[in-house]
Design a protein around this ligand. Sequence first.
Ligand SMILES: Cc1cc2nc3c(=O)[nH]c(=O)nc-3n(C[C@H](O)[C@H](O)[C@H](O)COP(=O)(O)OP(=O)(O)OC[C@H]3O[C@@H](n4cnc5c(N)ncnc54)[C@H](O)[C@@H]3O)c2cc1C
Length: 504
Amino acid sequence: MFIDARSLPDDEKLDADIAIVGAGAAGLSLAIALEGAGLNVALLESGGLEWSEEAQDLAAGELGPQTYATPESVRLRYFGGTTGHWGGWCRELDAVDFEPRDFVKLSGWPITKSELEPFYRRAQEVLHLGPARYDDSEGVAALAGVKLPIPRSSDIEPVLFEFSPPIRMGEVYRDLIDKSDTRCFLNATVSDIRVSDDAKSVTALTIARDGGKPLSMSVRHAVLACGGLSNAQMLLNADAQVAGGLGNATGQVGRYFADHPILIGYAAVLSFGPEAGDVFATNDIPAGGRRYRLAFQPRDDYRRAKGRLSCLATIEPGGPSFSNGAFDRWETRWFGQSETASALAALGKPGWTPRVHMLNAGLETRPDPESRVTLTDARDRHGVRRLKVDWKLNDRDLEDYLANLADLGRALSASGAGMVRIAPDARERWPAETNWGHHNMGTTRMGADAATSVCDGDARVHGMANLWIAGSSLYTTPGAANPTLTLVALALRLAETLKREARA
Ligand SMILES: Cc1cc2nc3c(=O)[nH]c(=O)nc-3n(C[C@H](O)[C@H](O)[C@H](O)COP(=O)(O)OP(=O)(O)OC[C@H]3O[C@@H](n4cnc5c(N)ncnc54)[C@H](O)[C@@H]3O)c2cc1C
């Protein structure tokens, strides 16, 4: 059921077995999974059922020198959270993403992919996806009647994204929450977290609202599901009883902030024949009533052998066709003045005019403790200190991408499908001319060692008995895949942990 927190009297006494702060992808997934467990669950959402400027203002903050989206544009403050305008690109992380890798400092999640598998299966349903076929590019291509440009056995292999419709979770799950026993408090901004005298457990949440005094909710368990930036902001801001904030004894909260750098047009692909050309031109692969997109990424074992990070490179529509006269304006930048249109045309297969396609990619990055979210002295109207996002990128991550591109070029040449050209000014453009996925990760990372992490493998804040985190701020390393599917799986896993804990 929905309750507008602004309508409650100032002396209202509130309590919950489990209070979930934030009704976005993570918070809603958790609430849905806790339905019917016989627990008193409260979902506290800062915004209303519809987007409003007043609620969105609470998401504002500052940026460091690296170009990045402003904090208020990278997420949404209302019921359903940022799924109100996400793109729906879904893909699981790979097994290697969870492993300790000696070429990635501080890598190694405290859980394995196989532990997450059952929850990935259920996350597919939550996000209205089909059976997981992310690594079945051959099967999906056969179903769609297209030929993969390179075989699955290539060092850089063809894999898939599947698109969620994309579901707007605030619309899709509104009725379910309305009719459920979960009390969803709207216009209820959690502004502080109160703890016991020994600071080892949360006792209550302070709920700020417009037009009334703050309310207090006593809680047995509290889960922060405020998004990848605000989970850290909430912990840092809760410093009235504990200097430096909660879970921050080793100064790790807010560090390791990561997004996926999206490199648009750092490279192009020239397709020599229909194998690549047709797949690239259609871009989406519709099969079995689902929408997939082909992507190229280094195989798990190849990454381990080469000591290299991952990337997911895709051909995006909009690159000019080789045959439409745009070559001189655009393609010469990639293929050089000496390689004339007619010379390149000779590369095409009989009856086929080569086409140029723009290659984009999302990159994995190495965890960097200096890439971080901190608090500023400015406060929002509820007294919460605003945040600053200082995204740091390092050159080594770009070099891994360029090496992966070179390997992709070799694979395309070997199969006769095409060739890759890397923009001559790729290194000069990095990192200033970098886009991003709006994927906020890493700021409350999981790890076995409290010296280099904020949460344990169960998503519990180190040193706190009943404070938990949901969302991609838990990511130990970012992988290359878009984060929502994995963060939903993590939230579903957390629901099982909380059911056990709350009944204990
Ligand atoms: C333009 C864009 C495109 C994207 N496309 C994709 C994509 O294609 N694929 C993909 O995987 N991901 C994508 N993402 C990222 C995706 O939206 C996020 O991964 C996902 O929404 C994060 O879920 P979350 O629940 O952690 O945070 P959110 O969805 O942001 O939800 C957080 C919730 O917490 C509430 N909240 C915050 N602070 C408080 C507080 N103090 N008190 C109470 N409530 C609070 C907010 O109002 C919000 O409802 C995209 C993001 C953007 C911006």
